[in-house]
Design a protein around this ligand. Structure first.
Ligand code: HPA
Length: 269
C-alpha cells in the first residue's frame, strides 16, 4: 500500500468511502456541503498532484454527501501542466487501495453544438482521446490492454439520467473529445472535432477515466458547458470565461449529483 493510502487510512479510520468525485471548474463549492468533513491538503499526500491551475485547489475532502460516504477531489493534475498523462495515477491508486470502487468525474468543456449552449450539462457516454498520448504508456504488464468499450458505466449513466429527471434538470448526452491544451482549439480544429464525432472538447478527464478503468473502478463523468467552441461565437475564448461560466452549469450538475448520490445507489453498502 502506498504512503498516501496509508495516510488516508490513518486519517479516515473506520470511514470507508466507495465513491470519489473529482470536482472540475464550477463545482469546487461542493466540498462545503460535505458533512463530518475530513479535509486533507494534497501536499500531505505523497504522489497527489500539486496543481497550479487557478480555480483548482488541491485538497481531498472525505465525509458524507447526500448520505453517501464520499471522497471529493478538489483539484486535479492536467496533462498540459507537466506533460505527464499519468499524473493522477498515484492519487487514484491510493483511493482504490482504501476501497473506492467508483469514480465520478466532472469538467468544464466547450460545446460543438449550438443547441447545447453555455450552462448546459452533458453526460459523457464515450470519449475520443485526441491527445496522442495515454496514461498507460510505459505500464509494463499485460494489464495495460484495457477494454474501453464500456468505459462509462451503463448502470451509472442510467442512474444519472434518472437523477437528472427527478431533479428537474435537463441533461444532454454525448462524446467528450480530449485535446491536450493548454491552448484553446482553432476553428479548423473544431470543425475537425465535429466531423470526427465529438460533442464537446476539453483538456481533462480522459486520462483519469483510463487510469480508473485500469484499476477496475466503475466510471461516470459529466461536462459543464462553459462556451461554444472556437469559431462558433464572436470573440476570443479565455480561461476567465471558463471560470465565470462554470458555476452556471455547475449548479445544475450539483443538483443532479445530490439526487443521484441520495438515491439508493448501493454506494452505502
Ligand atoms: N476547449 C477546450 N477545453 C475547454 C473549453 C474549450 O472550448 N472550454 C472549457 N474547457
Amino acid at each position: 500500500m502506498s504512503k498516501a493510502a496509508q495516510i488516508l487510512k490513518e486519517r479516515l479510520g473506520e470511514f470507508v468511502p466507495r465513491v470519489a468525485l473529482t470536482l472540475g471548474s464550477g463545482l469546487g463549492d461542493l466540498v462545503e456541503r460535505v458533512e463530518d468533513a475530513v479535509r486533507i491538503p494534497y501536499s500531505e499526500l505523497p504522489g497527489f498532484p500539486q496543481s497550479g491551475v487557478s480555480g483548482h485547489a488541491g485538497e481531498l475532502v472525505a465525509g458524507r454527501f447526500a448520505g453517501t460516504p464520499i471522497v471529493m477531489l478538489a483539484g486535479r493534475a492536467h496533462y498540459y501542466e507537466h506533460g505527464d498523462p499519468a499524473a493522477m495515477r498515484p492519487a487514484l491508486e491510493a483511493l482504490s487501495a482504501i476501497g473506492v470502487n467508483t469514480l465520478l468525474l466532472t469538467n468544464a468543456a466547450g460545446s460543438l453544438k449550438p443547441e447545447m449552449p453555455p450552462g448546459a450539462v452533458m453526460l459523457i457516454e464515450d470519449h475520443i482521446n485526441f491527445s496522442g498520448t495515454n496514461p498507460l504508456i510505459g505500464e509494463p504488464t499485460d494489464r495495460r490492454f484495457v477494454g474501453m468499450s464500456e468505459a462509462y458505466d451503463p448502470e451509472l449513466r442510467e442512474g444519472i439520467k434518472r437523477a437528472a429527471g427527478k431533479a428537474g434538470v435537463t441533461i444532454d448526452r454525448g462524446v467528450y473529445m480530449w485535446l491536450s491544451g493548454p491552448t484553446f482549439e482553432t476553428p479548423a480544429e473544431i470543425r475537425m472535432a465535429r466531423i470526427l464525432g465529438g460533442d464537446v472538447v476539453g483538456m481533462s478527464t480522459v486520462p483519469e477515466v483510463i487510469i480508473a478503468r485500469f484499476l477496475g473502478m466503475r466510471v461516470a463523468a459529466c461536462s459543464v458547458v462553459t462556451n461554444l467552441a472556437a469559431g462558433m461565437a464572436a470573440g476570443e475564448l479565455s480561461h476567465q470565461e471558463t471560470k465565470d461560466m462554470a458555476p452556471v452549469g455547475g449548479e445544475k450538475l450539483a443538483r443532479i449529483l445530490e439526487q443521484f448520490l441520495g438515491a439508493d445507489t448501493g454506494f452505502n453498502a
